[in-house]
Design a protein around this ligand. Structure first.
Ligand SMILES: O=P(O)(O)OC[C@@]1(O)O[C@H](CO)[C@@H](O)[C@@H]1O
Length: 362
């Protein structure tokens, strides 16, 4: 095994033994429906290798149908980690009969005092004087992933110079990640960009609950509903966001790609973003993995040497919470950290510019 393969195997084993049982169990808090409990328990046995995967029938989405068909009858150890994770999260929604019940199984993990959070963001919005500072706040917000065993808010910030958007970027996409504190920080970023004159900011949300705490349209609308109660200053964050939404400068969208079992290479990302050629901010660890096809190789491999790359240039903002990390240089690599076995617990935060391959829509 190469060091990268070893790193991925260790992260996978830790996730399946420690994180996933906790994620599954939390979705059952307060649930007494025996059908849901039995299905979640069955999913748990599959993830731990005790039972094979049983494909569902009549899946409308071809990407999910293909994933189910490819792994029907297989045991977890015969399935790549990212695909296994996709099956786990789709399996949670299926077990909770999300399509008909429409109850978010992760709602408890996303619950927060939105009013208090927005009040803190108003202060932050007033204090932040530049786009790089707002990018930094958004990056630090990525700590708030409820699927983690421990949320690491303090840590090491590598390469602060990379906290920048391309010169003249006026149309900006933020591919959002977690709800709660991270989404609030993303709203501060959106507000700062709009205040600086951005022509359009698009917040890309999830069409369904995803990887525990990812922000869905319903989560975002709950924040906008509180913002509309009008407690902030007239030139403050809430007022800026609401006015921009009204004018069509702030757009909320949930393309299906964000919750399909596909990467951001090979034209998929280009299709989701459409013809717009603005700057794209990619939030979080899972999105990073999807942008580089979940490779686990030498961290110093240049992006240009990867077999695949995202269709568009991206500014990734994430705390490192997996085996996946490439495109580093020795000049910025932190002393004392083993590049073959770096921390995957979210203690390292960094911005990284990932070049695009210029692919058109698939
Ligand atoms: O995308 P986020 O919220 O920054 O992190 C997602 C995450 O917690 O879940 C994935 C599944 O194990 C990993 O990529 C990572 O550990």
């Amino acid at each position: 095994m190469t060091p990268g393969e070893k790193r991925k195997a260790a992260f996978r084993a830790m996730s399946l033994e420690k994180r996933y049982p906790r994620i599954l169990a939390r979705t059952l808090d307060g649930v007494d429906d025996p059908g849901i409990i039995a299905e979640i328990e069955r999913l748990g046995r599959f993830l731990l290798g005790a039972e094979p995967f049983a494909a569902a029938e009549n899946i409308a989405d071809p990407a999910w149908a293909a994933l189910h068909a490819a792994h029907d009858g297989r045991h977890a150890d015969e399935i790549g980690f990212l695909e296994l994770e996709y099956l786990a999260f789709e399996g949670i929604l299926r077990a909770h009969r999300y399509e008909t019940r429409r109850i978010d199984p992760f709602a408890a993990d996303k619950a927060m005092d939105i009013g208090a959070g927005l009040a803190r963001c108003e202060t932050l919005f007033e204090k932040i004087g530049s786009v790089p500072e707002a990018l930094r706040a958004s990056l630090l917000g990525n700590a708030h992933d409820a699927s983690q065993l421990v949320i690491q808010t303090g840590g090491m910030l590598l390469d602060p110079e990379a906290l920048a958007l391309p010169e003249g970027a006026e149309r900006i996409d933020i591919i959002c990640d977690n709800a709660g504190e991270e989404f609030l920080a993303d709203l501060v970023l959106a507000g700062v960009l709009l205040r600086a004159g951005a022509e359009r900011v698009r917040l890309n949300l999830k069409a369904m609950p995803w990887f525990v705490s990812d922000v869905t349209c319903a989560d975002a609308e709950a924040v906008f509903a509180v913002a509309a109660m009008g407690e902030g200053p007239a030139d403050g964050l809430c007022a800026t966001l609401l006015a921009a939404r009204e004018e069509g400068r702030l757009v909320l969208e949930a393309d299906p790609l964000w919750t399909r079992p596909l990467g951001f290479t090979g034209g998929h990302l280009a299709a989701a973003l459409g013809p717009d050629r603005g700057a794209v901010i990619l939030k979080g660890d899972l999105n990073y993995r999807r942008a580089v096809d979940d490779l686990s190789i030498d961290v110093f491999t240049p992006f240009a040497d990867l077999p695949e790359g995202p269709d568009r240039p991206l500014l990734s903002l994430r705390s490192v919470k997996s085996h996946c990390w490439v495109g580093m240089t020795r000049a910025i690599w932190p002393e004392g950290i083993d590049p073959d076995a770096f921390p995957t617990d979210g203690t390292v935060f960094m911005a990284q510019a990932i070049p695009g391959r210029g692919r058109e829509s698939a």
